[in-house]
Design a protein. Structure first.
Length: 277
């Protein structure tokens, strides 16, 4: 009987070994997925080329192409799907453009700087603060008022800038507001949810007293990008904002970034921004 048991055991082991041998192969096989490699030597779409040059977003580039603002090798191109070869010379409004390396610069903006590329009244602009950050042409994403401090992102990535400023993406913005008077608890409740400012709804994602501070210090989170919207929200219920600081933009924070200084985003931060939908 004993030989029969051993023989049976060997047969059972043989039966078990076959699936065990196959499973790793199948699992490994599933990991292998065909990938499409984009060979830009065969050309890239004209709107992407323009966006990569830091001029505007792809969507805006389509409009400019349609309006006749773009020439390739001296010829007007209005075809949306036109592909640009590495040897092509592209001009936008008569000026040659070339794709730039994408740059992402985060500034902790101080007071008394306006968010603009240049000012005809000779006021200080945020561009002065990032003048040495990169050789590429970068632009502020959105804006902060002259007297508002805090996080301001700069980039030449037109598609990302468009995404971060479009209301539908609900990009998180957290502010620390200092008020002229202590905020009454009843007034705090009025700010939870929707408020009507200048005839338009504004949704307040969160609002609360700043922990460990006077009740004049308020944290307010919104995703609206309307001009002076935080100041207008508090004015709506009878308070004046004496100081306003943006402490979070998207997932970015002011950690280890002193006022008036800038830094480049890390690869992980850039990846997280690009994943916003």
């Amino acid at each position: 009987m004993e030989p029969n048991k051993n023989s049976s055991r060997r047969r059972q082991e043989g039966k078990k070994s076959a699936p065990l041998n196959r499973k790793p192969f199948k699992k490994e096989y599933r990991k292998i997925k065909p990938t499409q490699v984009s060979d830009e030597s065969l050309g890239i779409r004209l709107n992407k080329y323009i966006a990569n040059s830091g001029v505007c977003s792809r969507r805006e580039a389509d409009t400019y192409i349609d309006q006749g603002s773009v020439q390739v090798n001296g010829k007007l191109v209005t075809e949306m799907g036109y592909k640009v070869l590495p040897t092509d010379i592209v001009q936008f409004d008569g000026t040659g453009i070339t794709p730039e390396q994408k740059k992402y610069i985060l500034l902790n903006k101080p007071k008394n700087y306006i968010t603009t590329m240049e000012d005809d009244r000779s006021r200080k602009t945020v561009m002065e603060l990032v003048a040495n950050a990169t050789k590429e042409r970068i632009y502020p994403v959105g804006r902060l008022d002259r007297n508002t401090t805090g996080l301001l992102l700069f980039t030449n990535d037109g598609d990302l800038a468009k995404k971060l400023t479009h209301p539908k993406h609900n990009v998180r913005k957290l502010y620390h507001a200092s008020l002229d008077n202590k905020l009454d608890a009843k007034d705090l409740e009025k700010l939870k949810g929707e408020v009507i400012i200048e005839g338009k709804k504004v949704f307040i994602d969160a609002v609360s007293y700043v922990e460990g501070e006077s009740k004049t210090e308020i944290g307010i989170e919104i995703h609206s990008g309307r001009n002076r919207i935080v100041r207008k929200i508090f004015e709506h219920i009878g308070y004046k904002v004496t100081k306003l600081d943006r402490v979070v933009f998207a997932h970015l924070t002011k950690k280890n970034l002193p006022r008036g200084r800038w830094r480049e985003l890390t690869p992980l931060e850039i990846s997280n921004l690009q994943m916003i939908k």
